[in-house]
Every structure is written in C-alpha cells, then in structure tokens.
Design a protein around this ligand. Sequence first.
Ligand SMILES: *Cc1c(COP(=O)(O)O)cnc(C)c1O
Length: 245
Amino acid sequence: MEALLLADARISHIALVHCETTTGMLNPLAQVAALAARLGKTLIVDAMSSFGGIPLDVGQLGIDFLISSANKCIQGVPGFAFVIARRSELEKCAGRSRSLSLDLYAQWRCMEDHAGKWRFTSPTHSVLAFAQALRELDLEGGIAARYARYGENQRRLVAGMRALGFDTLLEDGLHSPIITAFYSPQAENYRFGEFYQRLKRQGFVIYPGKVSHSDCFRIGNIGEVYPQDIDRLLDAVSRAMYWQH
Ligand SMILES: *Cc1c(COP(=O)(O)O)cnc(C)c1O
C-alpha cells in the first residue's frame, strides 16, 4: 500500500473495510491508520461489522470517517447507519454529494440546525431500539466485555468445526471475532442447499459465501449468542452432515 501511495500522489483517500465479512478477515486498521497519518491521506473506515464489538479509538487512530450501523455489533435492529466524522473533513463535503438522499453533509446540517431533526422520515423505532441496545451494551460491561464474548464464541466455533473435519479459509491470525468462512466439504454428494436446510430445521441459519475460486460457507457469531449456543450449533452441524452418514 505504501509503495502504491508513494507512486501516485493523486491518491487522496484510503478506504478500509475493518472486518471484511465475505472472508471474515480482520484488516490491520492500526497499521493502515498510521500509514494514512504519515502520508497525510484522508482515512475512511467501513466499521459496519466491528464498531461496538471490537475496541477501537477513533481519535487516537486519526480516522476521518467511520461508518457503522445499528444492526451489527451494537445489536440494535436494522434501520439506519451512522458516521463519526472529523468535522473539518465533513465540512469539505458541502455541495459535493451526487445523491440527494445520501448527502451526509446535508443530513448533518439539518440535525445541527433543527435540534436533531432527520432530513427525511425519522426511523423512530430503530432509534429507540438503538438506545436500548446501547443500554444493554453498557450492562454487558461495554465493548471490552462484548469483544471477549464474541472472541470466545468464534474460537469455540472454529475448534468445534475443525474437530468435525471442517477447514477455515483463513489462518487463525487473520480471523475476526465476528464471522468465519469454512471450506465446503469435498464430498461428492455435498450440496450447500441441503446442509443449509438441515441446519435451518434445527434452528440455525448459515450464509453461503464464494470467495474468488474457493467454495465456502460462513457462520457469524455476533448478537445475543453465547458459548452454549455455539455448542448447540456444533451439535446441529454434526447431525446435519448427511454426506457422511
Ligand atoms: C453488514 C455489512 C455491510 C452492510 O450493512 P447493512 O446495515 O446490512 O446495510 C457493509 N459492510 C460490511 C463490512 C458489513 O459487514
């Protein structure tokens, strides 16, 4: 990245997906933030699936824009996204948006000038659920406690899946505590759809997930999910392995 940035001075911004949810990879935010600071680049972080579940210090990392939403690690319901922005960078966005509804600057001005008013119909139910979700995050012990629980879930999931014969797409050092990609079994008669239905009938839903040329499926472990739920899932997976029975 450093070589690319040094080779082309026109590159003004760096956009990083913190937790990349197709592979489950946790990208090196601290290193990239340091690079952005050193080379004077504006840093935009997609922290959709990490904010609230992985400790990070927006100010210390010098992040210019951090984007997240109500319905991932904060454990609210879907309905709105939010951006934490450096004010001087946000001010530069005046009149720049090519979209009417996705004009972040206009949304910010409306909230500033009209005592918190949303520009369009307010997502009232989602906002109330978000306030409750923040209380529950506090009750759990804050982000550090949630991070510890997600990490325990993920490690338990990987250990149990490996014991059942599944391999992870990534090596352990690259894993996020949020979602994990596993290779599909190589068995001749394995079909994702059949495996999915057998798990769903037992109360668990997994994601399909092609990564380039690798055939994978993904299992997320955030939300009101505890180690005993992971144990129940592993039991369900062992029952759903019809290609071995
Ligand atoms: C979930 C997710 C999104 C999409 O967020 P929605 O709130 O579902 O629209 C975008 N980027 C990443 C990295 C995500 O995990």
